[in-house]
Design a protein around this ligand. Structure first.
Ligand code: PMV
Length: 322
């Protein structure tokens, strides 16, 4: 049996604008993760079992546009395998040749909430399956396959989610550019709070596109402002001044509200965190629900986390970015 565990992520700055070529910053969140296990199965064929979502199906019976099926097929294609996997094993398993494999996927990352659930599941499957098949794919290939699945989840993804979860490190990301790792000079604390509202990124990305088509000049100016916030944030992080990020988060949140991807619950939680001592707060990811993030000192984090729960957050995670 082969297992792979992949962390979730948050976007610190630049979501949505990143789809239009602006830079964005994202970091892994190790407190939540997806896991894939690949094991021999007595049943013929390739089975995908995702008990969290009540899904257990044979690959040949899954619709081709399903992202789980897409990554499995892409791994076989990348490895140039068209034969049943049992044929490729050097020695048959104990008890004779078995002719099926089961891919079991579990995840503690809430779905459609901006924490990278879809990308983490894809990367976990790609890593576990390619290792099981005796040829673990490198990060670049893993990232490429996960991006294909992101297209199904998101429509027109920038690629930031699959990249940050593949590399598992803080990144400065520009679409279609080589990835740049962020050097976090001084650790800082982020509190992540879940509105409990599941909001598909595909929808918010499509709505932003409509807005952009209607008024490209105005929206491009907002995206450019978000891009410049992301660049300044990078300097603050790499220069050892994370305390400067609070004001930048508030500014980024104003832009996200203006492009219509915040919502009452996200606004409510950001305000609650600011009232209880956070120095900045914003939604994170696609918006319209999902998670918000707040910047805090380590000492104040428990009080802010409690204030967020009192304000209606369904779950709170405190994470150290380093
Ligand atoms: O998957 P989410 O909800 O974290 O959103 C990803 C960030 C977006 O910029 C909204 C979309 C994208 O593809 O970059």
């Amino acid at each position: 049996m082969i297992t792979s565990r992949v962390s979730g992520k948050i976007i610190l700055f630049g979501e949505h604008a990143v789809v239009y070529g602006q830079p964005a910053l994202a970091v892994p969140v190790n407190q939540v993760f997806a896991e894939a296990e690949v094991l021999d199965s007595p049943r013929a064929g390739i089975w995908i079992n995702a008990p969290d979502i009540g899904f257990h199906e044979k690959l040949s019976r899954i619709a081709p546009e399903n992202p789980l099926a897409t990554v499995v097929e892409a791994v076989f294609a990348e490895l140039g395998i068209s034969l049943p996997p049992s044929v490729l094993r050097t020695s048959p398993p104990e008890g004779g040749e078995k002719d099926g494999i089961e891919i079991k996927v579990t995840s503690t990352i809430p779905i459609a909430s901006g924490l990278g659930s879809g990308a983490a599941v894809s990367v976990a499957i790609i890593r576990a399956l390619s290792s099981y098949l005796g040829n673990p794919l490198d990060d670049e290939k893993v990232n490429k396959i996960a991006y294909e699945a992101e297209k199904i989840h998101h429509g027109t993804p920038s690629g930031i989610d699959n990249t940050v979860v593949t590399y598992g490190k803080p990144i400065f990301f520009i679409k279609d550019q080589p990835i740049e790792l962020l050097n976090v000079a001084k650790a800082f604390t982020i509190i992540i709070a879940d509105t409990g509202i599941s909001a598909p990124t595909k929808q918010s990305v499509a709505d932003v596109r409509k807005l952009w088509e209607k008024n490209p000049q105005k929206i491009n100016a907002l995206f450019a402002a978000a891009g410049s916030i992301a660049r300044t944030a990078r300097q603050s992080i790499e220069g050892g001044h994370p305390e400067r990020l609070g004001a930048l988060m508030n500014e980024n949140q104003r832009i996200l509200r203006e492009i219509g991807v915040s919502c009452r619950e996200l606004d409510h939680l950001t305000e609650a965190s600011l009232r209880s001592g956070a120095s900045g707060a914003k939604l994170s990811g696609g918006g319209r629900g999902g998670n918000m993030i707040a910047l805090s000192t380590k000492e104040n984090a428990p009080a802010i986390a409690e204030a967020l729960l009192n304000a209606g957050a369904k779950n709170v995670v405190v994470t150290e970015i380093k």
